[in-house]
Write a new protein. Structure first.
Length: 94
């Protein structure tokens, strides 16, 4: 929220769904050119767990931290990318 003069603006950020977070992670995997097995090995997230997460089960915060570290971005970047996907989905662009 911020105020300009006497007008108050509320900036809404949609809460991304697990599927939107999975899409952001998947996009980062594509950018990095890494396979599911490589991500599993490098993050110590079991392959079956990672597969479930990418299919829409919610990520644990520790998993997101490991993934963000692997991709060289802060967790907040993954979340903001997922929020962008949520906005696109809400507006019908995706």
């Amino acid at each position: 929220m911020f105020q300009v003069g006497t007008t108050v603006f509320h900036m809404e950020h949609p809460t991304p769904t697990p599927r939107e977070i999975a899409a952001a992670v998947s996009h980062r995997m594509d950018i990095a050119g890494v396979s599911l097995r490589e991500v599993s090995r490098e993050t110590n997230i079991p392959l079956t767990t990672l597969t479930r997460r990418l299919n829409g089960s919610p990520f644990l915060s520790t998993e997101l931290a490991a993934l963000a570290s692997l991709f060289g971005v802060p967790v907040s970047r993954l979340v903001s990318e997922a929020e962008s996907i949520a906005v696109a989905t809400d507006s019908g662009a995706a």
